[in-house]
Design a protein around this ligand. Structure first.
Ligand code: TUI
Length: 311
């Protein structure tokens, strides 16, 4: 089974894991890589030394390729960019910003660079800067999002660049994966479905919130601050949206979300914490090993596409 992305990354299936903050640590990354996809460690807002340890732990669990996602608003982004090179990581994905200043350094070290983008303009800029592929992430995704849907974004990015496009946002099964390929993608990035993987260390309460979620159960907070974030509706999002409507300023709103993702992921506080998840959470109903998720998703897509993926 080959696509431009499996060839580029030396993986078996064209499925990459989202670099989810607090969620994407080495157990999940190694699980997805061992399943034949590309696992990722999400550096999010963590210190550089935490990222180094995670990489070393992942190497103990898998000899397959895995990557690191660097969230560019992290104050330690420069140091993490260097850790990626020092530890011999093969693939980096980036989020929530423009990774141009690290591109030359990563390319020189032979790291494959895959920026996550939410617009055609950013995709073109990344291609010009030497990116090996881009993830086109629609606003159905969980966490920090852009404003265009996957259905509209993926074909427009695919037409605008000649590097491979990986579709993300709203994909959790073989139907979504097949649809992404029809839109011009060469792989998919999966977040929400991997949150409920057996290997994923998020608190059981967090997993149950996703299993229980229905189609309309997510909300987007932070539209007014320029940092929109999608998560499952709860007391925190209701309070946040109420304050936003009343014109609360950035600092007041920040107080509500400071440490709130950790609260949900680590402590299982699904009332006051932030339960980041995509709109597709309503489709996610079972806790399964990463290997089962990857294989069933691929088999369904392959069948729907009439083995187009065999190419
Ligand atoms: O980055 C993500 N998703 C994330 S990051 C994150 S950590 C966080 N937690 C709380 C608040 C904010 C962040 C949780 N989820 N997805 C990739 C993504 N990147 N979506 C949108 C973008 C993006 C946005 C702006 C990419 C580039 C960009 O360019 C800005 C510029 O400099 O032009």
């Amino acid at each position: 089974m080959k696509t431009e992305v499996t060839k580029l990354l030396g993986i078996e299936y064209p499925i990459i894991q989202g670099g989810m903050a607090w969620v994407a640590e080495y157990h999940l990354a190694a699980g997805v890589s061992n399943a034949g996809g590309l696992g990722l460690i999400g550096a999010a807002s963590a210190p550089a030394e935490w990222v180094r340890e995670q990489i070393r732990e992942a190497k103990k669990l898998t000899d397959k390729p895995f990557g690191v996602n660097i969230m560019l608003m992290n104050p330690e982004a420069d140091a993490i960019a260097q850790v990626i090179v020092d530890e011999g990581v093969k693939v980096v994905t980036t989020g929530a910003g423009n990774p141009s200043k690290y591109m030359d350094m990563w390319k020189a070290a032979g790291v494959k660079v895959i920026p996550v983008v939410a617009s055609v303009a950013m995709a073109k800029l990344m291609e010009r800067g030497g990116a090996d592929a881009v993830v086109a992430e629609g606003m159905e995704s969980g966490g920090h999002i852009g404003s265009t849907t996957t259905m509209a974004l993926v074909p427009q990015v695919a037409d605008a660049v000649s590097i491979p496009v990986i579709a993300a946002g709203g994909i959790a099964d073989g139907r979504g994966m097949a649809a992404a390929f029809m839109l011009g993608a060469e792989a998919v990035q999966i977040g929400t479905r991997f949150v409920v993987a057996s290997e994923c260390i998020v608190h059981e309460n967090y997993k149950q919130q996703l299993v229980k979620a229905k189609d309309i159960d997510s909300a987007v907070t932070g539209m007014s601050t320029g940092h929109p974030v999608r998560s499952i509706r709860n007391k925190m999002t209701k309070e946040y949206l109420r304050m936003e409507k009343e014109g609360a300023d950035f600092m007041e709103l920040e107080k509500l979300t400071l440490g709130s993702l950790r609260k949900a992921v680590v402590e299982g506080d699904v009332v006051n914490g932030t339960i980041m998840a995509g709109q597709i959470a309503g489709l996610v109903s079972e806790i399964r090993p990463a290997k089962v998720i990857v294989e069933t998703m691929f088999e369904e897509a392959d069948k729907l596409l009439g083995r187009k993926l065999e190419a």
